[in-house]
Design a protein around this ligand. Structure first.
Ligand SMILES: [Zn+2]
Length: 94
């Protein structure tokens, strides 16, 4: 993983997603053409197949995946990050 939290390959992605405490951390999915969104790790919008297309196949040209322990940390890295509509109610508890 890069210093800024960027997940660099599928192995890292699987490791993070397989964490038994994954509900305690967050993924920001960046998108060059749409908004950057923050998700709680258990969100159904985080899909392995999307990660493969975006990071493995397209080499992160159109955006990437970043892992954070704390949403405030994520928001200090990305000033335009939005809460995901599928998991925001849950993530606000943190
Ligand atoms: Zn979400």
């Amino acid at each position: 993983m890069k210093e800024n939290g960027e997940i660099e390959d599928l192995k890292e992605f699987d490791k993070i997603m397989g964490d038994p405490y994954k509900g305690d951390s967050f993924i920001v999915i960046t998108n060059k053409s749409r908004m950057n969104k923050i998700h709680i790790l258990t969100c159904k919008s985080i899909k392995r197949s999307d990660f493969i297309v975006k990071v493995v196949d397209n080499k992160g040209k159109k955006g990437g995946y970043y892992w954070f322990k704390d949403p405030s940390e994520a928001k200090s890295v990305f000033d335009d990050v939005k809460d995901c509509e599928n998991c925001r109610d849950f993530s606000r508890q943190y």
